[in-house]
Design a protein around this ligand. Structure first.
Ligand SMILES: [Zn+2]
Length: 163
């Protein structure tokens, strides 16, 4: 597996709807001041809003797709990103790497959300994208036994790894 166990467990919990966004806490009877998204304050915080459609998160996804020269999907949908959307990638290795990057992106988006909620740490798209690139290299590229991946290619031409 190209991602750490904790990322795999996180993705499983997303697919099962077991991420404790504010609307889920509210359903469980937790008394909250507000169920609005802590990042944008413009919508109720459900899972797909928090990880995907929030205006503060969407820019991160756009930049991750651009980084990999991937066409942006017309409809960002959670299950599609987690399970598929790999049609444009030629090789099996490329598919695995790109899927791992999307999982990592989702995991780190959630981690940043928690830093905002619990430490009031501000949201910065460029810092988040950079963290995803560094962490995914540490976690994904270094776990990849099939091919040696150098940092420069990872950062500038990850799509070349498909060749
Ligand atoms: Zn939001």
């Amino acid at each position: 597996m190209l991602v750490p166990k904790k990322v795999e467990v996180f993705v499983w919990r997303v697919l099962k709807g077991r991420i404790l966004v504010l609307i889920e806490l509210d359903k469980r009877g937790v008394n909250l001041h507000s169920v609005r998204c802590p990042k944008c304050d413009n919508a109720i915080e459900c899972i797909s809003h928090s990880l995907l459609s929030c205006e503060k998160v969407r820019d991160i996804w756009v930049r991750i797709f651009d980084w990999w020269s991937m066409p942006r999907p017309p409809n960002f949908d959670l299950r599609g990103l987690l399970e598929g959307n790999l049609g444009q990638v030629g090789s099996e290795l490329g598919k695995n790497l790109w899927q791992a990057v999307m999982w990592m992106c989702m995991y780190l988006v959630w981690k940043s959300r928690n830093e905002k909620v619990f430490k009031n740490k501000d949201w910065n798209v460029s810092v988040a994208v950079c963290e995803i690139q560094v962490k995914s290299y540490e976690w994904v590229a270094k776990r990849c036994k099939a091919k040696v991946i150098d940092w420069d290619s990872w950062l500038h031409n990850p799509q070349d790894i498909f060749l």
